[in-house]
Design a protein. Sequence first.
Length: 202
Amino acid sequence: MIDGFRCGFLGKSDGSITVGLIYLSILALTTWLVSFYLYKKGYKIFGDANETKIILISHGKMLHKCLELFKKGPNRFCCVDIFRSKPFPKDLPKAISSCKGIVVVDEQSPSGNLCSCIFEGFSDQNYFPKIISKSLPERYLFENGGREYLLNKFGLSKDDIRMILENKEQYRALREIKAVSYTHLRAHETSLQLVCRLLLEK
């Protein structure tokens, strides 16, 4: 590539332009193939997922906070960058199903956020792991301030995430929450819930 610039600007180069072009083409093709494979897969796992580790699932800015915690405790945690949630990556549940528990960190409110997608994607494949959702509160936030200020104020600072992971009593209480399938919910709904559901589905 440098030879190409030298040839273009100075009219001479130290090496063969053809060889440089071949190397650059190979590099571009390799980068494209790796990017395509990762996008098709839909996620990337940092670390080894096993029964002794807690999995942190996130994306975007919040992933960087999770990665900081992972780097400080690679024997305790594992990170998943999920960059394609629809359609849900079908092999993800099996890849991390043996873990101790899952914490999904997302800078959205709970309704329809990344954790909802994880619950749905796992239950569709009959995987029901212990999942904790760490997200913004379920309400409109009418406040000014930078992104980091608001995340820190409403419970999404790095320390807030660490508190969930390190507070054994809190984690023990939360980790009993399990995802259930829509069929399971239908089987256990009361008569009143049935009437409400039918009215909503009209």
